[in-house]
Ligand binder design. Structure first.
Ligand SMILES: [Zn+2]
Length: 490
């Protein structure tokens, strides 16, 4: 990407203005429309040999979403199509249903201050599931839902899951929640878990961290919202139309996305700019045009730096949404990040906010393109995101970095082995970034960059684990590295 292409005009658009109109929506008709416009999945060869399931490139989520602002609910239907690329006959399917983490106050991952109106429950209700045309039974446990397959799916057989659901968005200033007329919708729909040789990778609720591990998939999403609201999402809007009912329809496509995230907001401003073929958009509450402009430029610089250092950014859009979110400075999703709106304040620490921006953007490479199990190996994406942000600030902004004082951290720890947010940050973030600073001292920056370029191209749109990464390091180093690895994994 070359941001010197100059002629790009900064455009300020008022995304949302208007009055509230009453509306009625015939839900089932809308669903049909989306289904007919489905794209066939694209074949990508290497995948089948590896038995990834659900296989990236062969898995499509077609979703139809309807926002009801009166009940703060998303009425959704999903048609998930994939192929049994696993090595076994499938007699059940396991989904993550993250909204159910918000059912009860004592187990909600949102911190108490996020509940600005006292505890308010969020959840997802499933209205029926069909697998290959037959009704299927399911049971929920925590944030997992097991679906019994009526007729077991053989190897190589097509799989079609149809599901009707309703997600209730809690009044919570959180990455999944509603605050100040903003719907922050991360992980709001049922997602098919990953199956490997050992069976289903289960998800569990955790008060800290990002308890997710999903394969990339393609998304085709129809969204219906009141016309006075605006939206921002993963992927690209390919069609937008107003209904005469005071509502509007969007059709959104996202290929090879790790997840599908959505923000729906009232009275927001949007600003966007093209940097060559990449469209960067930032949305925020009104009155922050200067900050939006500078965030756009920073994001372009950051994406440019990572693209040159690690490998190209794979999508044609990137979006930033400033949202009223507590408990996080930022949160990464495919092609979209949420940033806490506190960064818009005049007292916000500029260097700190640029660090957070660079951290969240680095997740597009580490989490988005190269996936990892964020439950069992959170250091893989968090360590690289932090270290990458330091490298950007030093390399592009000329900021002096003081590498963290190294102390012994066991990186081989999963979320359930950690007992506090502090411990989680100490392991995944501080430990993770220290691993990379230390490796740079061992191998030099150039070799470390080569490691990451290779890791990025070898594992793109797949899930890598620590041993994949250590193998890549061994190969690029061309010498024994066990003395170094043993410091970090025990
Ligand atoms: Zn992070």
């Amino acid at each position: 990407m070359n941001k010197d292409m100059g002629k790009n005009k900064l455009v300020l658009i008022a995304v949302i203005i208007g009055v509230i109109c009453a509306a009625y929506f015939i839900y089932s008709n809308h669903n049909k429309k989306v289904v007919q416009e489905a794209n066939p999945p694209v074949d990508r060869p290497s995948v089948e040999e590896e038995h990834l399931f659900p296989a990236p490139g062969k898995t499509v989520y077609q979703m139809s979403l309807y926002l009801d602002i009166n009940t703060r609910s998303i009425y959704g239907t999903t048609i998930l199509t994939t192929v049994n690329t696993s090595e076994r006959i499938l007699s059940d399917l396991v989904f993550t249903i993250y909204p159910d983490a918000f059912r009860q106050a004592d187990s909600s991952p949102a911190p108490a201050p996020a509940y600005y109106a006292g505890f308010d429950a969020g959840w997802i209700d499933i209205d029926g599931i069909m697998i290959n045309g037959k009704m299927a039974e399911y049971h929920k446990e925590g944030v997992s839902m097991q679906v019994i397959v009526p007729e077991p799916i053989k190897k190589g057989q097509d799989l079609r899951v149809e599901m009707k659901w309703r997600t209730r968005v809690p009044k919570a200033a959180y990455r999944f929640g509603y605050s100040d007329q903003v719907y922050m919708l991360g992980n709001f729909y049922p997602v098919l878990n990953v199956a490997d040789r050992g069976g289903w990778l289960t998800t569990y609720n955790s008060a800290f961290g990002d308890p997710f591990c999903f394969h990339s998939a393609d998304y085709l999403v129809g969204l219906n919202i009141p016309e006075n609201y605006g939206m921002v999402s993963t992927g690209t809007v390919i069609e937008r139309s107003a209904e005469d009912t005071g509502r509007q329809d969007y059709l959104i496509v996202a290929e090879n996305a790790r997840d599908f995230c959505l923000g729906i907001m009232y009275d927001y401003n949007g600003m966007y700019e093209y940097y060559d073929d990449l469209l960067i958009t930032v949305v925020s509450p009104p009155g922050h045009e200067k900050q939006m402009e500078s965030v756009l430029k920073q994001a372009a610089d950051i994406i440019d730096y990572y693209s040159k250092t690690w490998g190209p950014y794979p999508y044609n859009e990137f979006k930033i949404a400033f949202v009223p979110m507590k408990g996080f400075h930022g949160m990464e999703y495919s092609g979209l990040i949420f940033l806490q709106d506190a960064f818009l304040g005049s007292t916000a620490n500029q260097q700190r906010s640029e660090f957070i921006l660079a951290h969240e953007i680095a997740h597009q490479w580490w989490y988005g393109v190269v996936g990892n199990d964020q439950i069992r190996e959170p250091w893989l994406d968090e360590g690289l995101a932090n270290w990458g942000a330091y490298k950007y600030l030093a390399g592009v902004r000329g900021k002096k970095i003081t590498p963290p004082t190294e102390e012994s951290v066991n990186l081989a720890r999963e979320l359930s082995d950690m007992y506090s947010t502090r411990e989680y940050y100490h392991t995944a973030y501080t430990g993770g970034e220290s691993f990379w600073f230390g490796l740079e001292e061992e191998l030099g920056t150039e070799k470390v960059n080569r490691v990451l370029q290779r890791y990025y191209s070898d594992y793109q749109f797949r899930i890598a684990n620590s041993s994949n990464l250590l193998d890549t390091i061994r190969e690029e180093a061309g010498r024994d590295m066990e003395y170094y690895f043993n410091e970090w994994f025990y």
